[in-house]
Design a protein around this ligand. Structure first.
Ligand SMILES: O=C(O)C1=C[C@@H](OP(=O)(O)O)[C@@H](O)[C@H](O)C1
Ligand SMILES: C=C(OP(=O)(O)O)C(=O)O
Length: 444
């Protein structure tokens, strides 16, 4: 697949996966499922490996990367800063990218789309350029916070204009590095961003988090793990402090795990429709927060089995309401909220105040759309309370949020007449979603 522009990438997906702009009538489940769904690669791992590979000392191979809007935007951003990224020839296997690092160059204009990983991870890389780099993104991206990253770069001597998108960064070819103190309670990505580029700073970097508890800690553990994979020394022995030694980043040859958060709607489907869904290749050890699904779905009444073959979730005819703190895996909130609307008892989701700054204010969006379908959802300061209520069909608005599409699809399995607004939104991390969803239901 050509990688030159995400328009090309998504254009191919349009042609082959029937993904078009516009609304989508959510299919209902015709009966119990018996499906295996091969979920594409992890967004979080793909974009971390891309950044490290672009900063490494030699050529890297990324096998089975995610090809979606967020990862193609990352490819385009790193290319704009000089890296060479191409589809690997056949002898590397079926589906891989080659990343040839080059000195980081300025004079670039970077489109972040709505990708948190691009808007937070790339500025610390661009700080190494000798020249100006401008960043902007979708209208919604201008509302997503990034000041802690920008201020940390300023504290390290980098000249940056703007606190949120659009921002302009004037690099002078190197970053001094040292200790920065930030409040990352708004997003774990602020910490990950500074750590990923930090080994290339003259003195390395020490990031100290000061503030309310950090969300999404598994994502920081993932950052530490991929840095260690690339030979970087990371000291995370003290809570809320990470020390990265200055080092050459080693080239990588990595196989990217399936995206476990994107597996959520498919596993949830087995609970709604009955029968079972297997996700092959579910890793036995992983830093992906989506691995929490094993415990969460078990608590909600599913039978969950992990074998060498993958993870299988079977519906039991029962969906139980739960009281759940999702701060470790907040990106699961929309799909868990959707399941909760179909549960027999109330659900209280807690610990996710910061998802008001995800792709959209997810707490407001979920409560509004669930209630428009006749549901009973209430926002709390840091989550949602969802009580059982009979739902009816209608338009489910998606707010440019891929996970709102996934949530709507789960509800639509059980509720006739659910229409999902702008299905193409799901291309942020999973352009194949409608095709895989339809195939899964065909396997009933
Ligand atoms: O670093 C990452 O890849 C991510 C970190 C998390 O962000 P927050 O800490 O902002 O929740 C997660 O929700 C997001 O989907 C991906
Ligand atoms: C919060 C998410 O994305 P981002 O990486 O843009 O923050 C998400 O995928 O749920």
């Amino acid at each position: 697949m050509p990688l030159s522009a995400h328009a090309t990438n998504l254009g191919r997906v349009n042609a082959t996966h029937l993904l078009t702009d516009g609304d989508w009538a959510a299919p209902r489940a015709g009966g119990p499922l018996d499906a295996r769904v091969r979920v594409p690669g992890s967004k979080s791992l793909t974009n971390r490996f891309l950044v490290l590979a672009a900063l490494a000392g030699d050529e890297s191979v990324l096998r089975h990367p995610l090809r979606s809007r967020d990862t193609v935007l990352m490819v385009d951003a790193l290319r704009a800063l000089g890296a060479q990224i191409t589809d690997a020839p056949e002898d590397y296997g079926h589906d891989a990218w080659l990343v040839r690092p080059q000195p980081v160059t300025g004079g670039a204009q970077i489109d972040c789309g709505l990708a948190g990983t691009v808007m937070r991870f790339v500025p610390p890389v661009a700080a190494l350029a000798d020249g100006t780099v401008r960043f902007d993104g979708d209208e919604g991206a201008r509302r997503r916070p990034m000041r802690p990253v920008v201020q940390a770069l300023r504290d390290l001597g980098v000249d940056v204009e703007g606190d949120n998108l659009p921002i302009t960064l004037h690099g002078n070819g190197s970053v001094r590095g040292g200790t920065v103190r930030i409040d990352a309670s708004g997003s774990s990505q602020f910490v990950s961003a500074l750590l990923l580029a930090g080994a290339r700073y003259d003195e390395g970097i020490t990031v100290v988090h000061e503030g309310k508890p950090l969300p999404s800690l598994p994502h920081i553990a993932m950052t530490v793990e991929v840095l260690r994979d690339a030979g970087v020394l990371v000291d995370d022995s003290e809570a809320n402090t990470w020390r990265i030694e200055p080092a050459e980043i080693s080239a990588l040859d990595v196989e990217i795990e399936p995206d476990l958060s994107n597996a959520a709607p498919f596993l949830a489907a087995a609970m709604v429709a009955g029968g079972s869904v297997t996700i092959p290749g579910w890793p036995h050890v992983t830093t992906q927060g989506g691995d929490h699904l094993r415990d969460i779905l078990d608590m909600m009444g599913a039978e969950v089995q992990q074998t060498r073959d993958g993870l299988t979730v079977a519906g039991t005819g029962e969906i139980l309401g739960v009281d759940l703190d999702l701060h470790e895996a907040s990106e699961l909130t929309p799909v868990i909220a959707a399941l909760a609307t179909l549960a027999d008892s109330p659900t209280h989701l807690r610990g996710v105040a910061h998802i008001r700054s995800h792709e959209t204010d997810r707490l407001a969006a979920l409560s509004t759309e669930i209630n428009r379908l006749g549901g009973n959802a209430t926002e709390t300061e840091d989550g949602l309370v969802i009580r059982p209520a009979p739902l009816h069909g209608g338009l489910f608005r998606t707010y440019a949020d891929h996970r709102m599409v996934m949530a709507a699809a789960v509800i639509g399995l059980a509720v006739p007449g659910v229409v999902i607004e702008n299905i193409a939104t799901v291309g942020k991390t999973m352009p194949e979603f409608p095709a895989l969803w339809t195939q899964m239901l065909g396997a009933a």
